[in-house]
Design a protein around this ligand. Structure first.
Ligand code: UDP
Length: 324
């Protein structure tokens, strides 16, 4: 099967490339390298192209045939989306529309789309399932929800088959640690905790200990990036059996506080994690934990990383010796 991986030089996309290549898929990575890394493209062929440049999309689709597209390209920082909403709507919504139109022109009818827990906004229940109200509280979440709506409309009008996978907190790195998480600047908790151990970066700040949670710090659901990759492969099979636009929440179903993440990292590294307690970061809900029952039941998803410690161990192997 031939797959186009848009955004395949990024964190989740590059793990997807490795996963698919190991299972005999033929892959082409498309990336504009605005946040992705050329060094992360180690599987399949590479095309440097931008979804906003329709002529380069034409060249890609005109030169090869694809059975399906996986779409990871996005601006994805919540805070930045609040200060630069046009960037988010342009890249995430207009860019995706260009991709969908190119797929339609070239008869490619299967899409797996990277969505996010940010489509839900403030949770109204302890576990967030797919039926939870969608009420994004920032332009990032709104841009992803707009694409989910576009996919539903495209299914009705053009018969596009799609699966939107709403990641909770993607974390960890490839077992063999030749690729891993490398954002610039890094805003995510686990990399920042590990960088703090290594004395790298500006120092770890913990954003608030006055949340209504057992220890006062925010609770999140961390899911290993290879488990996300497994779900994408299952989504390809799902689309063969199911018409229409579908969405699944992907998380472990278990929440960990920032303090619990720090404690687990201290166990894994055998070192103290220096940090400073600071006020809350704007836009952070207190608790976000997924119900992934539907993904397990309907996709047959079986995440392999069932504990925080093993996720942090895999991230530590990468951060202790990053390749890019
Ligand atoms: N967080 C923190 N310090 C950091 C980065 C994150 O205290 O340097 C907190 C953040 O407030 C949130 C949790 O850790 O409660 C996870 O944040 P992250 O940015 O990794 O993912 P998000 O939940 O925003 O998608």
């Amino acid at each position: 099967m031939k797959i186009l991986l848009c955004g395949g030089a990024g964190y989740v996309g590059s793990h997807m490339a490795k996963w698919l290549a190991g299972r005999g898929f033929e892959i082409t990575v498309l990336d504009n390298l605005s946040t992705g890394h050329r060094e992360a493209v180690q599987w399949g062929s590479f095309v440097e192209a931008d979804l906003l440049a329709t002529d380069s999309l034409e060249r890609v689709f005109g030169s090869r045939r694809f059975d399906a597209v996986m779409h990871f390209c996005a601006r994805s920082l919540v805070g930045e989306s609040v200060s630069k909403p046009y960037d988010y709507y342009l890249n995430n919504v207009s860019g995706t529309l260009n991709l969908l139109q190119a797929m339609q022109r070239y008869g490619v009818n299967r899409l797996v789309f990277s969505s996010t827990a940010a489509v839900f906004g403030h949770p109204t229940s302890a576990l967030i399932d797919e039926g939870h109200p969608k009420a994004p509280i920032n332009p990032y979440g709104m841009s992803k929800l707009m694409v989910e709506h576009m996919l539903a409309d495209a299914a009705a009008a053009y018969g596009l088959r799609s699966v939107a996978l709403r990641y909770f907190n993607a974390a960890g790195a490839s077992e063999t640690a030749e690729i891993g998480e490398a954002h610039q600047p890094e805003t995510h908790l686990i990399p920042n905790v590990l960088k703090s151990v290594l004395g790298q970066g500006p120092g770890l700040k913990v954003f608030g200990d006055d949340y209504p949670t057992p220890d006062g710090t925010c609770v999140r659901d961390y899911v290993h990036v290879d488990d996300l990759a497994q779900a994408h492969e299952l989504a390809l099979a799902y689309m063969e059996q199911h018409e229409g636009a579908h969405a699944f929440n992907l998380g472990s179903g278990q929440g960990f506080s920032v303090r619990e993440v720090i404690a687990a990292a201290e166990q894994v590294t055998g070192q103290r994690v220096p940090y400073e307690m600071t006020p809350r970061r704007a836009g952070d809900p207190a608790v976000l934990v997924a119900s992934s029952e539907r993904a397990r039941r309907e996709l047959g998803w079986q995440p392999k990383y069932n504990d925080l410690r093993s996720i942090i161990e895999s991230a530590w192997r990468w951060h202790a010796n990053p390749k890019f």
